[in-house]
Design a protein around this ligand. Sequence first.
Ligand code: HAS
Ligand code: CU
Length: 559
Amino acid sequence: MTATVMQASAADNKRPFDGKDAKLVLAHLLVAFTALLLGGVAGVLQGLVRGGMIELPSEIGYYQILTAHGVLMALIFTTFFIIGFLYAGVSKTMGGKLLGVVSRMGWAGYVLMTVGTILGTIMILANEATVLYTFYAPLKANPFFYIALVFVVVGSWISGYGIFTQYRYWRRTHKGSVSPLFGFMAVATMLVWQIATIGVAITVLFQFIPWSFGWVEKINIMISRTLFWYFGHPLVYFWLMPAYMCWYICIPKIIGGKIFSDSMARLSFVLFILFSIPVGFHHQLMEPGIAPVWKYIQVVLTFMVVIPSLMTAFAMFATFEQTGRAKGARGLFGWLKTLPWGDVRFFAPFMGMLVFIPAGAGGIINASNQMNAMVHNTLWVTGHFHLTVATTVALTFFGVAYWLIPHVLGKQLTPRMNRLGIIQTIIWLIGMFFMSGSMHTVGLFGSPRRTAYTTYGDHPDAVFWMPYHVAMAIGGTILFIGVILMFCNMIALMRAPKGDEKTAAEFPIGETADAAEPTPKWIERWGVWVGVLVVLILFAYTVPFGDMLVNPAPGSKPW
Ligand code: HAS
Ligand code: CU
């Protein structure tokens, strides 16, 4: 059975955004960008420390600001931005406004997450939770840090239920139609999140809270690391999928083209559901206590999860080329010239795509067991995720903010703001070139990640690393300027002049090029996808997990 996809019309994109929903979206973006600013302060400080250029006052520790940086940037900025963005698109494409109950869920989620964020940040600033953003054992925080995590996770669950509720309502009232692409992708993203965070919930409730309160004396470190990475890998797709939503849905509209294929876009998200979770062991390849065969199986599944990204790369090239040719471009690369380089809504996410080519290649290197032995726990890995999440995803989110903020407020994206956006993007790219470039290089030479300033007793190898650490600090400082500019841009966007029907920023939702080839309805059989996912998770984890329970790794009390 097939059904026609509801096509977005130009009028829909321009239609003013619901005033009440706008508040919910902006509330999320405000917390997101505040976290970015505070996380940026921590980031530049730690870069300068590591480069040997400053010393922190004795009350502040390197690992403390490293924790603040990771938590605020990787966990808080992303989660708040994503939920704000998804609610905006869900409101826009599935009914024009949120149902009352959905809006209430959105606010409830927001309040819980914000309380959790404030509590968690206080704990980190009080040096009570210097456990890094990965927080697995044996590092131990104040119990209130784990309680803060519970608030954030439960809040995000409620926000997710809100999205599911709006989606269910839309489908009930549009029987026979395939849902809007944005709604479908929002549900897929939140589904990955719900299933992934079960790992955090279990480790926090059953391991960390009892242990940190002192109710139990010991903690099983392998279990805690495994549950963390069960969550930690899909976490990166929870960041990536909303960026892909911008690429698939918004970019075609911005460049004056069409979505290459609605079905293929949906299929790639289904593949993310299936393969993004049973792969956590690729973060544990160098760990004892997991039999090689299970590492091997999860690495195979890791290579499966590369496929939807390759499909996305294909779809993007196809959209660019089709659009360019429709505009009269000739030759193999003539279409490149027809792209709107001066439009920040395109430029920032596009630069994100471009960076994702080496970033993704780096990921494939990480996942290859023998090469992982070379790069694991070195600055190479830090370089990898500053390209993936801190460039590909971050630049895409920034690119979204330039139209999302003015759109929900009925304001304009003025040429001046557009120019500032382009400048911000370029600053980011330059900063990241130096920072991530030197991280990758010095990582290959063996310089470890997560290490405060040290000269290693002037060992010849370490002396050789030092200039790279300085280059990292210079890149980090340029990025910090980028963070400040982004924060100012966000405030300026909120204060932009009002627009009318013609001048107000639009919510760019593309039409599909393959509308004549209707999307198969089975693509929305969520029960089937979740069923297959559960089977894959049980297959990939049951035996090794059971092994860890029965045979905790010998000597597993290194602290
Ligand atoms: Fe990763 C570690 C493997 C993707 C984030 N990763 C990390 C950590 C983070 C992270 C945060 O296997 C560190 C965690 C920690 O603190 O310890 N990663 C992969 C693989 C992929 C991958 C196989 N990672 C990501 C994404 C992230 C992210 C996405 C965030 C958003 N990663 C690993 C492994 C480790 C790891 C190991 C552990 C390392 C260790 O030892 O600790 C893949 O999903 C990548 C697939 C991507 C591609 C690229 C497709 C390209 C596209 C762009 C097209 C461009 C166009 C424009 C169209 C194959 C889609 C072009 C236009 C022109 C004109 C040219
Ligand atoms: Cu991973």
